[in-house]
Design a protein around this ligand. Structure first.
Ligand SMILES: Cc1cc2nc3c(=O)[nH]c(=O)nc-3n(C[C@H](O)[C@H](O)[C@H](O)COP(=O)(O)O)c2cc1C
Length: 246
């Protein structure tokens, strides 16, 4: 699967055809929103993105997947629009840099970072919303998948496959082996004979947004446990080079 990033039409789209000629089986097109016009509405932006992916789609015969931003007001609608443009799959989501402000320079800065572990929530929510918009679209979860459990959760939420980058940067290629082994173990211990059977049993008809919105209110109103704090705990103990605590 070859991958292209872009935000506007032009001669450079020819690269899609070049990638197909070079032997790519499919193309992932990372739709960068690149909004410069403050008057451009979200409708205009969605139409521009759909038009761009439509042009790519017409240039090649191989399947085209769209990698999109998490920042759509109605992801189900965007999924539907992309499906109508002939997009075969969605990659959820584009990786975003972290914004910060330099207090010395009194200016904003942008940093690219690896995804933190335990950061799957937004992707799971996105998959459920996209699935609500299209039951048949092929969906890849990308962003925060670092363990077999993350992959299994993504599949239950509605993903067909997962993509893994940060975990490979952290743990090398073994990260993939661990995820594959973990998925196999999960299926072996389950009531399913094969991964396909497990995937067929995953809920496709999600209850829809109204129930999710209610859950978001019910949890804080009914919980009797303290809120989970995701801030990493840094030990106050210091050690010598042999690991002996001082
Ligand atoms: C070092 C690095 C380089 C990346 N380069 C690209 C790229 O060229 N094009 C792209 O679409 N995404 C790129 N990404 C984003 C990944 O494809 C992926 O969307 C992101 O890392 C989230 O997945 P993860 O949580 O498994 O890391 C890059 C990510 C990292 C960490």
């Amino acid at each position: 699967i070859a991958s292209l990033n872009g935000s506007s039409s032009g001669q450079w789209l020819q690269y899609a055809r070049d990638m197909e000629s070079a032997g790519a089986d499919a193309l992932e097109f990372n739709l960068q929103q690149a909004v410069f016009d403050h008057m451009e509405t979200s409708n205009d932006i969605e139409a521009r993105m759909c038009d761009l992916i439509g042009q790519v789609r017409e240039m090649v015969a191989i399947p085209v997947a769209a990698k999109i931003s998490q920042r759509y007001t109605n992801l189900s609608s965007m999924t539907n629009q992309l499906r109508r443009m002939g997009v075969a799959g969605l990659v959820l989501f584009t990786h975003m840099p972290q914004w910060d402000v330099s207090t010395d320079r009194m200016h904003w800065t942008i940093n690219w970072e690896l995804s933190p572990v335990n950061s799957l929530g937004g992707i799971l929510e996105g998959i459920v919303c996209a699935r609500a918009g299209d039951q048949t679209m092929s969906i890849a979860a990308s962003g925060g998948v670092s363990t077999a459990e993350d992959a299994i959760k993504s599949m239950i939420a509605g993903a067909d496959v997962v993509m893994v980058t940060s975990a490979v940067y952290r743990g090398g290629p073994d990260a993939i082996r661990d995820i594959v082994d973990g998925i196999e173990r999960h299926v072996e211990l389950s009531r399913f004979q094969t991964l396909q059977e497990f995937r067929d049993a995953c809920p496709r008809n999600h209850s829809g947004d109204e129930k999710s919105v209610r859950l978001e209110y019910i949890d804080p109103l009914t919980r009797n446990q303290a809120y989970f704090d995701p801030t990493p705990v840094i030990s106050r103990h210091t050690c010598d080079s042999f690991g002996h605590q001082n």
